[in-house]
Ligand binder design. Structure first.
Ligand SMILES: NC(=O)c1ccc[n+]([C@@H]2O[C@H](COP(=O)([O-])OP(=O)(O)OC[C@H]3O[C@@H](n4cnc5c(N)ncnc54)[C@H](OP(=O)(O)O)[C@@H]3O)[C@@H](O)[C@H]2O)c1
Length: 204
């Protein structure tokens, strides 16, 4: 049985865009949502778009977290901490989590051109604190917009990958390589995610 990639919050623009690109590249995708019916509907729409070869299922976030080998976190910063606390006991040891979260002020009603101060230094470092031991993390895709991902053109975008875990970094590089026109670049340590996240505000 091949690996499964959960997209936690995969009913949204960024998550469904990543799910679309990765399913199209042959990956087995589990769309996660707070509401299973919403996840199943997104999975159905993506399967219809890609065709019979697409392997995409929809389920609630805890079920997706429990069943996956890799998870991509695509929920707004405002909801990420509570969700990660809920998922803490769901992850299998060895799961790799890729965090796309940007703490834009827009997530709490402010401007998309501003980034919120995060006590831990970045959204990714907050995520790191909320994952159990044995689950590793890379931060990536924060500057790759949903509009671009949702189309069929090559994305023509650099993706900075930050992590303190070599395996997680390697997996993130591999996933970036599955998206036509995306170029993975080594962003160094996880703490550098604070720089990458703030670039999104500049691009907004
Ligand atoms: N949009 C972009 O262009 C872009 C680019 C780079 C990075 N990102 C990052 O990707 C993440 C998702 O962005 P998005 O634009 O796709 O966001 P979004 O559409 O607002 O939200 C994505 C999904 O998250 C779930 N969600 C919403 N509020 C939640 C909460 N309080 N707790 C748990 N789940 C919640 C919803 O799914 P359910 O209601 O089905 O649970 C929603 O469909 C963000 O962290 C963002 O910074 C986005």
């Amino acid at each position: 049985m091949g690996r499964k990639i959960a997209v936690v919050g995969g009913t949204g623009a960024e998550g469904s865009g990543l799910a679309y690109r990765l399913a199209k590249a042959g990956e087995y995708i589990l769309i996660g949502s707070r509401e299973p019916a919403r996840a199943q509907e997104t999975a159905r729409v993506l399967r219809e778009r890609i065709g019979r070869s697409a392997q995409i299922e929809g389920m609630d976030n805890p079920a997706a977290a429990a069943a996956c080998d890799i998870a991509i976190l695509t929920v707004p910063f405002s909801g990420a901490a509570a969700l990660l606390k809920q998922l803490k006991s769901s992850w299998k040891p060895g799961t790799i989590v890729i965090d796309t979260t940007v703490p834009l002020a827009a997530t709490v009603g402010g401007a998309a051109t501003r980034v919120l101060g995060v006590w831990q230094g970045s959204a990714a470092e907050q995520t790191q604190e909320l994952l159990p031991a044995g689950v590793s993390l890379a931060a990536a895709f924060q500057n790759l917009g949903a509009d671009t991902l949702g189309g069929d053109e090559a994305v023509d975008c650099d993706v900075l990958v930050c992590s303190d875990d070599e395996k997680a970094k390697q997996v993130a590089f591999e996933l970036v390589g599955k998206i036509p026109g995306a170029r993975a670049l080594n962003g160094g340590k996880l703490e550098n995610a604070r720089i990458v996240e703030s670039l999104t505000a500049l691009l907004s």
